[in-house]
Ligand binder design. Structure first.
Ligand code: PLP
Length: 394
């Protein structure tokens, strides 16, 4: 009998991957499945980015790079950060990692241990809680409420901070709700955090440019008063449709006052993945420095679909949906249907051939909601809505 450390028994899952596997298995059996479950753009990576990776391979970039990433790529990230936030960051604070997830993995690992508390959004990206539990820290859910437009509430967040709080995880624009926290709320939160200098902040800004006609994204980088305890997660996966390339970036503070966080993440890279594969890093430079028209086209398509989805959902019996302000998710309220969310999600997949994710897969406060990703064609979205309507009227 083998024994592994108990932490591994506490690791959770991301149910979107399980739903994807089930949807794929049903499709292999010949079923016509419309997948509104998985959180990735249905667009291809723009061709000039693909070409940059091919060129890098042809040019012989086959070896290790520095563990924190190529300097040219970190400089590109710094330029991009300046253009999206107006804030200068040093390339020496930029870390390149194999995806967005490794930043949350590392940051939670650095702060989590038994006896401490970590605050995370509920409903929120499921890996936050899973990783908090992995470290043995106590997960403290910060409620994200529909009546608040799925934005953070400063008051509720600050009220949950105790002397044991080590890390606060924020995510705006948010998965799974599409909520965007307004700038004045973030300003209030930052002000309130001044009274809690022991709390580090992980701001997951991976959907930063994916906002629509409402609230725009406010980066936590804009607040110098918290920069020495702030980690900002970002990456290529969503903005440039590069989920399968596995590359992300994050911005970390360094120096004694910041517990040498940047040195720690760089050392973790050396110990675990060495570096991100070289051709992908060249693709990352092309993504940032090249034309952005494909990104704009994708965002226009998401915006059209967003309106189609919300209008369609609000016409369904027992379902209501507020308009998401960011990312590519709708988070309809299904309470009036009388269904439990996970039961409805699996019935819709098995009986109607529509893959969606039940809200409880994103936290206990997700009950009564479903996540629908509109990263699918307008035609498929309309077909899915028809199928859901037929199912609910049965
Ligand atoms: N953060 C949020 C809020 C996400 O929704 C996702 C992916 O779904 C990630 C991070 C992880 O991104 P990546 O695929 O680059 O690891």
């Amino acid at each position: 009998m083998l024994h592994t450390v108990p932490a591994f028994d506490r690791l959770g899952e991301e149910n979107a991957f399980a739903v994807l596997a089930r949807a794929t298995a049903l499709a292999h059996q010949g079923r016509d499945i419309i997948n509104l479950g998985i959180g990735q753009p249905d667009f291809q990576t723009p061709p000039h980015i693909v070409e940059a990776a091919i060129k890098a391979l042809r040019d012989g970039h086959h070896g290790y790079t520095p563990a924190n990433g190529l300097l040219a790529l970190r400089e590109a990230v710094a330029r991009r950060t300046l253009s999206t936030t107006g804030i200068e960051v040093s390339p020496e604070s930029v870390m390149i990692l194999p995806g967005g997830k490794p930043t949350m993995f590392a940051a939670i690992l650095m702060f989590g241990e038994p006896g401490v508390e970590i605050l995370y959004p509920d409903p929120g990206f499921p890996i936050y809680r899973s990783m908090i539990e992995f470290t043995g820290a106590t997960p403290i859910p910060v409620p994200i409420r529909e009546e608040n437009g799925f934005a953070f509430s400063t008051e509720e967040t600050l009220a949950l901070i105790t002397p044991k709080t080590r890390l606060l995880i924020l995510n705006s624009p948010a998965n799974p709700t599409g909520g965007v926290t307004p700038q004045d709320e973030i300003e209030k939160l930052v002000k309130g955090l001044e009274a809690h200098p022991q709390v580090a902040i992980l701001s997951d800004e991976i959907y930063d440019v994916m906002t629509y006609d409402g609230e725009k994204h406010t980066s936590l980088l804009r607040f110098p008063e918290i920069r020495d305890r702030l980690v900002v997660l970002n990456g290529w996966s969503k903005t440039w449709a590069m989920t399968g390339w596995r590359m992300g970036w994050s911005i970390w503070p360094n120096g004694e006052k910041s517990a040498d966080l940047y040195d720690k993440i760089r050392k973790l890279a050396v110990n675990c993945w060495s570096c991100v594969n070289a051709p992908t890093q060249f693709a990352g430079i092309a993504a940032i420095d090249g034309p952005q028209d494909e990104v704009e086209k994708m965002m226009h398509a998401f915006d059209r679909r967003r309106k189609v989805v919300v209008e369609g959902l609000n016409a369904l019996p027992g379902i209501s949906c507020i308009i998401p302000k960011g990312a590519f998710y709708a988070f309809p309220n299904i309470r009036e249907t009388g269904w439990k969310a996970k039961k409805l999600a699996s019935a819709l997949l098995d009986d109607a051939g529509v893959a969606l994710i039940g809200g409880p897969d994103f936290g206990t406060l997700g009950e009564g909601y479903m996540r629908l990703s509109y990263a699918n064609s307008e035609e498929n979205i309309l077909r899915a809505l028809e199928r859901i309507e037929r199912f609910l009227k049965r």
